[in-house]
Design a protein around this ligand. Structure first.
Ligand code: FES
Length: 280
């Protein structure tokens, strides 16, 4: 048995495959949407005069965290907050303001703002291991990407080389436990509500420069930029069909269901979608 991976103009034949793509694009065999939810958090970078050698993170939700960073020329502070399930609190501008308030950040000191999404598993343990014969996965890092990706590398290389890892059962992606069983109905409802509300309410009350209209059966969203130029996209995520939300701060289209992201002209920025949302 072998896999054939098509990569643009060439293909690779291999006996084993590892999916390490943040959120895998498929529903089966892992059924990931029914075992996880997506958490979005907001980060503001400011320039500082003094370096302080500490980093901290809250233990309560919504998580806030802060740390300092310096390069050869400058000192920066990285502040994160307003984390939430992507189903809720979808006004990005408001979420960035929350981080500003939380850390008492003045407008003039902001260098950069960006948001990030993480996959949160129902038992807060990543899925790392074999999902079916010779098919491996590493995902669901629960906001601890640097630590858990390193761990994934160690576990998967052991499993591929020898089929044995002392962590195999703990991180087994096919595990079933109480936490998953209890949360399963909530995650199922979350997916249904998330999908339906994204389809029903495409014109958000806080939008300033975006309008969604019907054109030959498609929902077409139009963003008008500061020069008056209109940018049109199809407001339907190619992954599983959810409606998209305009992120007015970062100027992009975000999918609330599994966090695909597209630029203002519909080009794919990140998956699980592997297609654009350009208007033909
Ligand atoms: Fe899955 Fe959009 S529907 S990322």
């Amino acid at each position: 048995n072998k896999f054939i991976c098509n990569c643009g103009s060439y293909s690779i034949e291999t006996k084993k495959v590892v999916f390490a793509s943040h959120y895998p694009y498929f529903l089966f065999p892992l059924m990931l949407p029914l075992k996880t939810y997506i958490e979005k958090s907001y980060i503001i970078i400011t320039k500082e005069n003094e370096y302080r050698n500490f980093s901290c993170i809250s233990s309560n939700k919504p998580i806030i965290s802060t740390r300092f960073y310096k390069d050869n020329n400058n000192i920066y502070k990285i502040s994160l907050g307003s984390s939430h399930n992507t189903m809720l609190k979808q006004n990005d501008e408001e979420n960035f303001k929350n981080v500003q308030r939380e850390f008492n950040i003045k407008d003039e000191s902001i260098l950069m703002k960006y948001s990030n999404t993480d996959i949160i598993t129902s038992d807060y343990i990543p899925y790392i291991g074999e999902i079916k014969e010779n098919m491996f996965i590493a995902c669901g890092y629960n906001t601890w990407g640097m630590t858990n990706s390193l761990l994934s590398g160690l576990i998967l290389s052991d499993l591929i080389k020898s089929g044995v890892s002392e962590y195999k059962d703990l991180f087994n992606p096919n595990r079933i436990n109480i936490s998953q069983l209890i949360k399963f109905p909530f995650y199922l409802i979350n997916q249904i509500v998330s999908y339906s509300s994204s389809k029903l309410f495409k014109n958000k009350p806080w939008y300033k420069d975006v309008k969604t209209i019907k054109e030959i059966g498609d929902d077409i969203s139009v963003y008008t930029d500061e020069f008056g130029i209109e940018h049109k996209v199809k407001n339907k995520c190619p992954h599983m069909g959810c409606g998209l939300i305009f992120n007015e701060v970062e100027k992009c289209w975000d999918c609330p269901c599994h966090s695909s992201r597209f630029d203002i002209d519909g080009n794919l920025i990140k998956g699980p979608s592997n297609k654009n949302i350009k208007v033909d």
